[in-house]
Design a protein around this ligand. Structure first.
Ligand SMILES: CC(C)(COP(=O)(O)OP(=O)(O)OC[C@H]1O[C@@H](n2cnc3c(N)ncnc32)[C@H](O)[C@@H]1OP(=O)(O)O)[C@@H](O)C(=O)NCCC(=O)NCCS
Length: 188
């Protein structure tokens, strides 16, 4: 164990069926498979960056200031290799400053999209970060990922810089940030 504990989310309709918890080292296989499932949707795919997905997950789970927050169904199907993982966000705290964090991964399982899970997960991440004194959250996305841009912009993130042709010809990186406000991130 890495001392990262589970806790139950209480959020409107979803509270009956899901938990939101931080990953532990015991979740390694499911975290890895979750990222592999959505890998091709990233630009470039995460498997083609740095040490690949295995190293990314291993390092994240071993680093005290980084982790994955997972939306998981309370009653996963026996046959589900992902053990009910529905959405996941990877976050690094203390990124370019003690009061800042960076989202290094965000995805909802394809069959569960557009159901509000991403929104619930991001709100919970923001609430947890605020508890730790972090009120500035950063992330990036790229040209063509319109659903992610809509998603982040709806949730209060705005572009503060653009790196032209960063991911290939005509594929720009859009850097986003948000100042997290206590009232907006509090549980209802
Ligand atoms: C982006 C992503 C995480 C959104 O997750 P989700 O669980 O489907 O999001 P939600 O259901 O909470 O949607 C919240 C809002 O995001 C926007 N949104 C989500 N999916 C969208 C889509 N396909 N098209 C347009 N807007 C979309 C909408 O504004 C939506 O609010 P609405 O339903 O009231 O219109 C998901 O589409 C995904 O995993 N994409 C692939 C991986 C990826 O691109 N990750 C981001 C990398 S930077």
């Amino acid at each position: 164990m890495n001392g990262k504990s589970a806790d139950i989310l209480t959020h409107s309709d979803a509270e009956e069926n899901i938990i939101i918890r931080e990953a532990t080292k015991e979740d390694f296989s499911e975290v890895l498979q979750f990222i592999e499932l959505v890998d091709s949707e990233f630009c470039p795919p995460l498997s083609q960056r740095g040490g690949g997905i295995y190293e990314r997950v291993r390092n994240t789970l071993a680093t005290p200031d980084a982790n994955y927050l997972i939306v998981q169904t309370k009653n996963p199907e026996h046959s589900d290799k992902l053990h009910g993982f529905l959405a996941m966000v990877g976050c690094t705290r203390g990124w370019q400053g003690r009061d800042r964090a960076y989202i290094n991964f965000f995805a909802t399982r394809p069959a569960y999209r557009k159901a509000g899970l991403g929104e619930i997960l991001l709100a919970e991440l923001e609430r947890k970060l605020l508890e730790k004194g972090i009120d500035k959250l950063y992330l990036c996305t790229w040209t063509g990922n319109k659903k992610a841009m809509r998603f982040y912009e709806k949730l209060g993130y705005s572009i503060y810089s653009v790196i032209l042709n960063d991911r290939g010809r005509n594929i720009n990186t859009f850097n986003y940030r948000k100042k997290i406000e206590p009232a907006k991130s509090a549980k209802q």
